[in-house]
Design a protein around this ligand. Structure first.
Ligand SMILES: *Cc1c(COP(=O)(O)O)cnc(C)c1O
Length: 476
């Protein structure tokens, strides 16, 4: 399997190369040269595998330059009992809420959000690939919550990797803060910036723009465009189809077609679902759910992609979906248009601030199975309440956006799987608002909140950041 750039300016490269390099040299994103296709017998032969073994099979298709034994060791470590309960991804029907509605539990990992599933794989794969070539990596990132904590928990204590994570001072939830700042591993550096998330992101960009500094300290990222994260996310789409079809009589399993609902922001999670569908997993529709920042719902319903400005981006109660542009969408649009049309039309986005693909809008649904919907604050409160009343299950505000759109768009005869992207424990304030009283605090959270915290507070100042990264990356 080789990877090429969406913009056509990169020689075909192997998985291990694009895993470390991030953006292609022409500014595009790495995409598979050809998507692997599974036949029915192969899918069936995977039915009895446990999650790590299935991950080895699926990721192996995308990472054909990683030796099989190495990959198997990585997936057992990433998805083993130290990091995930068994089963790693529970899949269950909540028929009390709606017949045929299922919840796919993607948030059982150390930081209680689906990002752990991909990041834990990177935490194994990246150090291994670096070790082969004697390289080191300094990950500098900005987070408003989930990505940063997932990255720190995946790379803590790993050889050859130092993590510097910038977060806006005083703007994360207590749980998010504790998950990051309680780590005491010497290769993990928490930096609280006196500013907002955009200030953090601008500091990271400015540091990366300093080419000498970037090369000297081997700066890199593990953001949502990382191809290793995408490959690891394909696994749970295969897994959840297998679990839902387990219930059908043996002779009819292959006929089970599902709809999958994905609470979306940067289009990373659902892009993996799109790959699974193209691989031949019987996914009928990919239902994309957004919050009030509905750039993607607008695109999939009108064909017009219009990223928002910072001022137009709202702070909502499903904050991990508060995006102004969807960084992985370029991958899908490159496929939708094909290389020639893509190279002609994609630059218009930069030039005019929008891309009008309304001439392709029917194909989004008919060929690619995408439909979409928007959920508001009131909708998510209602969904949290409904699921709690009918099934005694607590869901978080992001998953609630998925449930809202699922209930609106689901059709009889097709199991509808909502991807749970975080747990309610991580976002107790909104859950309390929905239920009218605070949910019980699990003992693990009480313990987490009591741990000593390690964080360096800095002003919004590039020179201060540069000095901290220089100092810390040398000692890694
Ligand atoms: C990151 C995140 C999302 C959005 O996922 P994308 O891959 O960016 O579309 C949704 N919910 C939660 C809880 C997240 O952390």
């Amino acid at each position: 399997m080789h990877y090429i750039s969406t913009r056509g300016g990169m020689d075909p490269a192997g998985f291990t190369e694009v895993l470390i390099s991030g953006l292609a040299p022409d500014g595009g994103l790495a995409v598979p040269e050809a998507v692997p296709v599974l036949d029915e017998a192969t899918l069936e032969s995977w039915r009895d595998l446990d999650y790590p073994a299935l991950a080895t099979e699926v990721i192996g298709l995308y990472a054909s330059d990683l030796p099989r034994e190495d990959l198997a060791a990585m997936t057992s470590a990433a998805y083993g009992p130290q990091r995930f309960p068994d089963p790693v991804v529970p899949v269950r029907e909540v028929a009390e809420v709606a017949s045929g509605l299922w919840i796919v539990g993607l948030s059982q990992g150390p930081t209680m959000a689906f990002k752990d599933l991909a990041m834990q794989f990177l935490g194994q794969a990246i150090p291994e690939v670096l070790a082969r070539t004697g390289q080191v990596l300094t990950i500098v990132g900005a987070t408003s919550g989930d990505t940063g904590s997932a990255a720190e928990h995946a790379f803590r204590g790993q050889e050859g990797v130092a993590v510097f994570m910038l977060s806006p001072l005083g703007r994360m939830s207590d749980v998010q803060r504790a998950q990051m700042y309680s780590l005491s591993d010497p290769n993990i550096h928490n930096i609280a910036v006196d500013g907002v998330f955009d200030d953090c992101q601008n500091l990271v960009k400015a540091l990366n723009a300093d080419a000498d500094f970037k090369a000297e300290h081997s700066l890199g990222a593990v953001n949502s465009i990382n191809i290793g994260r995408i490959a690891a996310q394909v696994v749970y789409y295969v897994w959840s189809w297998l679990r839902v079809s387990d219930a059908a009589p043996r002779a009819h399993r292959a006929e089970v077609e599902v709809d999958v609902v994905v609470p979306s922001g940067n289009f990373g999670n659902i892009y993996a679902g799109h790959l699974a569908r193209r691989m031949g997993v019987p996914i009928r529709r990919l239902i994309l759910a957004t919050n009030e920042n509905n750039v993607l719902d607008e695109f999939f319903s009108t064909g017009i992609y219009r990223p928002r400005s910072r001022g137009e981006t709202l702070a909502t109660s499903s904050p991990s979906m508060d995006i102004s542009k969807a960084s992985n969408l370029e991958r899908f649009i490159a496929e939708l248009l094909g290389p020639e049309e893509f190279s002609r039309r994609w630059p218009l986005l930069e030039q005019t601030g929008a891309l009008d693909l309304s001439d392709h809008v029917d194909r989004l649904r008919e060929e690619f199975g995408f439909v979409s919907g928007t959920s508001t604050h009131e909708d998510r409160l209602a969904s949290i309440r409904l699921v709690h009343e009918r099934s005694a299950t607590l869901i978080d505000p992001h998953t609630a956006d998925g449930v809202t759109v699922a209930l609106r768009l689901m059709e009889p005869g097709f199991p509808t799987l909502v991807m749970e992207t975080a747990t309610a424990d991580k976002f107790p304030e909104t859950v309390a608002e929905a239920l009218g009283s605070a949910p019980p605090v699990p003992a693990a959270i009480t313990e987490l909140l009591a741990l000593e915290q390690h964080v360096t507070e800095i002003p919004n100042d590039l020179d201060v950041l540069r000095a901290i990264v220089a100092e810390g990356s040398r000692s890694a």
